[in-house]
Design a protein around this ligand. Structure first.
Ligand code: ATP
Ligand code: MG
Length: 600
């Protein structure tokens, strides 16, 4: 894919239109700034010519004051231009970052499985930061410096066409030379950055693994790898530094050549009486002014290439569509209260994430996790879901939440006798009616209150306290230093696994869904917490349909029905009491073998 000018233009207009007032003002200031830069040497020229002609001192003082005033004004304008262009750049790229984050949050789980957090940070922040330079500077710099360049050359032509021609030729040669040289230098700079990144990646990993390295006496191996990386780094840095020097020296030499040419030709014209001394000064000064635009323009052309890559990646990300599509015409909201659940011939496999990202949605060689799964639950039933690790229990619950859609068959929810395919239910309605406690509970670096309400300020403290009370957590709350205002560590460190689960239960309790899913963590808990959890589960499943993926006998005993999954198929499904007393049932054998030893 190549970036066309049109794509740059579209991105520009999307994110700059909201700021068009500021952008317009910026352009005006910029033109003013350039105008002043071009104007001041003219003042100086006049000063020289008048001084040479023996003008009165007060006239010269007035011109000198004008020169200082213009120079000051130009500096003030420069400050404003910089400030505003940074503002415009950040506002535009933050809007783009926001769009990317919103888009990615809406993408399905297979996308997120295929992209690591590090990659997402790089794509949403890193790529966009490169674009920021493009937004805030490119047009301003290229347009501004281009105008400055043209302005200088036009004014030189106005003085004398021979001077103008010489310096135009010089400018073109300088632009081409520097542009070429930079292109030669870029790969060396990229190689240096890559070597740096690799070196730090290596260091970080080895430092984190110090204990293992020592205990397995791997120091010599680590040191050898270290030396190899250092050698690469040195080689690439040397080359990169050399290229920078070549570039800087070329700029210096070019400027010297340009100045010599300007002085040579205008000096000659002065001696032959064609121009005044002021004009010689003017030509000299304007020539020194050419250096910066030439440097900036070639540099910005390179930024453009980087921005092109960043833009492509941003557009590609925005172009990724979620496989979980919102129903086009959603059915009326699900009823409140316990829900009936039906799985009808559901088959499912995790397609590999790459195909999700490129939008084809077709994966090759995927393994079916659920096979033609069918079962029904009446409203208010508590189902104990059992099965060996990897049998598809967690997967089944993910389908209920539409984290994934089944490949075949349908999942239906609703009031008894009035079930609808969940693909026809509005997503937020579905997720309001289904609550899930996952095996890995995610806690945020925020207060207990925010962790419980998911940052919803409309949930009052009274309700939170009541929920905690009902789940038997008041005593636990009292142990926290600041009560609901206690700030939890991110990732829930500082909380035991049991406490994290209890917090997750409270979340569900506050949400009050008609179907709850508990995916019990398989970690063993201390007896006190275990009792607390059992009591909380008891409360939680009351007057709700529940699917409990149980690893503990205590939780299984709470179930009305038991279903055993075997390699993604229903191995057994029935009333718990009936199965427990049926000598031929798999469940009974499980109980006899010691459920916890088999399942945990
Ligand atoms: P456990 O008791 O260990 O929690 P489980 O019954 O919940 O196991 P699942 O997590 O549903 O098992 O996994 C079923 C199968 O799907 C496994 O073979 C697993 O490797 C695979 N699987 C699970 N999650 C993913 C995923 N995100 N992407 C690809 N494959 C997955
Ligand atoms: Mg699981």
């Amino acid at each position: 894919m190549k970036t066309s000018l049109g794509q740059y233009g579209r991105l520009w207009s999307t994110y700059l239109t909201p700021q068009r007032g500021t952008v317009l003002l910026l352009a005006v200031l910029l033109f003013g700034n350039i105008g002043l830069q071009l104007f001041n040497p003219q003042v100086m020229r006049q000063f020289i010519d008048l001084a040479q002609a023996g003008a009165a001192p007060d006239v010269l003082v007035r011109i000198a004051l004008l020169f200082v005033g213009v120079a000051l004004l130009q500096q003030v304008l420069s400050v404003f231009v910089t400030w505003m262009s940074e503002n415009v750049g950040w506002a535009a790229t933050n809007a783009l970052r926001g769009d990317l984050v919103a888009h990615c949050i809406g993408l399905d789980m297979s996308f997120h499985n295929a992209h690591t957090p590090g990659e997402m940070i790089e794509r949403i922040d890193g790529d966009v930061t490169v674009l920021s330079a493009f937004f805030s500077q490119f047009v301003i710099q290229v347009l501004g410096n281009g105008l400055l360049l043209v302005g200088v050359l036009v004014l030189l032509f106005r003085e004398d066409w021979r001077v103008g021609l010489t310096l135009t030729a010089f400018t073109l040669i300088a632009l081409v030379t520097l542009g070429r040289l930079r292109n030669i230098a870029v790969p060396h700079w990229a190689a240096e950055r890559q070597a740096n990144a690799e070196f730090f990646g290596f260091l970080e990993e080895r430092l984190a693994g110090t204990e293992d390295i020592r205990s397995s006496a791997a120091e010599p191996y680590v040191l050898r790898a270290f030396h190899a990386l250092m050698r690469t780094q040195m080689r690439t840095s040397l080359k990169a530094a050399l290229m920078i020097n070549v570039l800087l020296n070329t700029i210096k030499v070019l400027t010297a050549v340009g100045t010599a040419a300007a002085l040579g030709i205008s000096g000659y014209l002065f001696l032959s009486g064609h121009v005044t001394l002021g004009t010689v000064y003017l030509a000299f000064h304007y020539t020194t002014m050419l250096e910066r635009p030439i440097d900036t323009i070639t540099r910005q052309m390179q930024e453009l290439q980087k921005a092109g890559a960043g833009m492509l990646r941003a557009r590609e990300l925005l172009g990724t569509t979620s496989r979980i599509q919102e129903a086009t015409r959603p059915v009326p909201p699900l009823p409140d209260g316990p829900l009936a659940v039906t799985f009808e011939d559901v088959s499912f496999s995790y397609a590999d994430g790459q195909s999700a990202a490129d939008g084809t949605g077709q994966a090759t060689g995927k393994e079916t996790v659920l096979h033609d799964l069918s079962f029904s639950l009446r409203p208010g039933t508590v189902l104990g879901l059992l099965g060996r690790t990897g049998s598809g229990k967690t997967t089944l619950t993910r389908l209920l939440f539409r984290l994934y859609d089944p490949d075949a068959g349908s999942v239906r929810l609703g009031a008894a006798g009035d079930l609808v395919d969940i693909r026809q239910v509005a997503l937020d309605d579905l997720r309001r009616h289904v609550g899930m406690v996952t095996q890995n509970i995610q806690l945020f670096h925020a207060t207990v209150r925010d962790n419980l309400t998911f940052f919803d300020p409309t949930v009052g403290d009274a309700r939170i306290l009541q929920a905690l009370e009902e789940l038997g957590l008041t005593e636990w709350l009292d142990t926290l230093p600041d009560g609901l205002d206690t700030v939890l560590e991110s990732g829930g460190s500082g909380l035991s696994a049991g406490e994290a689960q209890l917090l997750a239960f409270t979340r569900i309790f506050l949400k009050d869904p008609g179907l709850v899913i508990l995916d019990e963590a398989s970690s063993r808990l201390d007896p006190v917490t275990e009792r607390l959890i059992e009591r909380a589960v008891e409360k939680l499943v009351r007057n709700r349909t529940a699917i409990i993926i149980a690893h503990r006998l205590g939780t299984v005993e709470r179930a009305d029905e038991v279903m055993i999954l075997q390699d993604g198929r229903v191995g057994e499904h029935g009333e718990r009491a009936a199965l427990a007393s049926d000598p031929a049932s798999h469940f009974r054998r499980l109980l006899q073998a010691g459920l916890e030893d088999v399942l945990v």
